[in-house]
Design a protein around this ligand. Structure first.
Ligand code: GP9
Ligand code: MN
Length: 397
């Protein structure tokens, strides 16, 4: 795929010149999205705090608060919910760039290209991104991946998105490998001193790896004692992998606490895309005695925003997508809405009367059917934004 992509990059990545009509079309699209709603208690709720955003590989929402053989699959994430704002109805919206599309969308609120990987084709684009907006407020910004920066060209892509610093596998001691690379256990352990060295306030975006398919965790790390039916099915492997990563997140938070970092740090957790249902659904459906919930393909990843001192846990059922994460976080972090209202393609899920999301295959989900046409149009608009490097020119925004 990467070789094919290299060819299409060479062919495609010329900057598109937009016509006057196309520019006003984009303008109109943003105007039609705008909702004039008064501010609420969430505005600036986490202002001046550090932000760590953990993008967990293949984390689906259905494992949250779910048990298998009477054991919680994600006990640590479940515990966090007591001090979190939790969105269970966030739809995956990645396209051909899978993980890297999530890196892009989560930090810029722009949909990825309809064809090819955005980071390979347009790594040097300018975006009005979460790291840049936070940097303007004095934040130090850092993106961390456990894999090589050339993978999906994410290193160049995330620099383009606006992270001041990006670190990859070269900055880690590869002392334990599981599946595709450095184990989450080692990765999280090594990140703590890196974060300690950051000037505060900081925003660190970090991506995990171990829960990547084929969900084949070494035996010694399997803790769930699954039935034979599950153990022989990829879903069992998925539960074990997610349980393992959940455990590492728990330890990571303990370490942050021990370093005194948790008092002034918000930890947001999400998935980069769905996992076992995205790539192995045919096998999941073959389970002999499944819990019916496990067969449901809902396309949902969790979005959890945890702050130790937040004591009014919220579970907000609004339908949204990955495109909405950035404006939602920006609102909580107290970034002035005027500085991003006309660039983000998603909505602030804490200040919206709409309930919808558009999937990558153009399926519309949610109850705000009045937004159907507008949200389908978004995919075409974002292609124009990316291909023209729309936010580079001052006269456009
Ligand atoms: C790359 C890793 C895998 O960072 O998360 O990417 P994927 O194969 O899921 O696109
Ligand atoms: Mn991925």
């Amino acid at each position: 795929y990467h070789i094919f992509n290299a060819y299409s990059v060479w062919q495609n990545s010329k900057t598109l010149e937009l016509t006057t009509e196309e520019k006003s079309e984009i303008d109109k699209w943003y105007k039609d999205k705008f909702e004039d709603i008064p501010d609420n208690q969430y505005q600036g709720l986490f202002k001046d705090k550090n932000l760590i955003l953990i993008q967990v590989e293949s984390l689906e929402n259905f494992v949250i608060n779910e048990k298998v053989e009477d054991k919680e699959i994600t006990p640590n994430l479940n515990k966090l919910l007591a001090n979190s704002i939790y969105f269970p109805n966030i739809n995956e919206q990645v396209n051909e760039g899978t993980s890297s599309d999530s890196d892009l969308m989560t930090n810029t609120s722009i949909y990825p290209l309809r064809q090819g990987s955005t980071f390979f084709n347009y790594p040097n684009n300018t975006y009005n991104s979460l790291p840049l907006l936070l940097e303007e407020m004095g934040y130090e910004t850092l993106a961390i991946h456990p894999d090589k920066g050339a993978f999906w060209n994410w290193m160049e892509g995330l620099k383009g998105v606006g992270f001041k610093k990006c670190i990859d596998s070269h900055d880690f001691e590869i002392d334990e490998v599981i599946g595709l690379g450095l184990s989450d256990a080692s990765y999280f352990r090594q990140i703590v001193p890196i974060l300690k060295k950051q000037n505060q306030p900081f925003y660190s975006f970090m991506v995990t790896l171990t829960s990547h398919g084929p969900f084949d965790l070494p035996k010694e790390y399997k803790e769930l004692n699954l039935s034979e039916d599950l153990n022989n099915n990829v879903l069992g492997g998925y539960f074990e992998s997610v349980h393992y990563t959940d455990k590492q997140i728990g330890l990571f938070l303990q370490n942050l606490e021990a370093e005194g970092l948790l008092n002034n740090t918000v930890v947001a957790i999400t998935g980069d895309h769905t996992g076992v249902h995205k790539y192995y659904n045919d096998q999941v459906q073959k389970l002999e005695s499944p819990d019916p919930k496990w067969l449901n393909v809902d396309n949902h990843i969790p979005f959890i925003i945890y702050d130790k001192s937040f004591e009014e846990p919220q579970k907000l059922e609004v339908t949204g997508g990955q495109i909405d994460l950035m404006p939602t976080l920006a609102y909580l972090m107290g970034i002035n809405e005027i500085s991003y209202n006309s660039t983000v393609m998603g909505r602030n899920l804490l200040k919206t009367e709409k309930d919808y999301s558009i999937l990558t295959n153009k399926d519309f989900v949610g109850t705000s059917v009045d937004m159907k046409e507008h949200s389908i149009k978004a995919l075409e608009i974002s292609d124009k934004i990316i291909k023209s490097n729309y936010f580079e020119k001052d006269d456009n925004n």
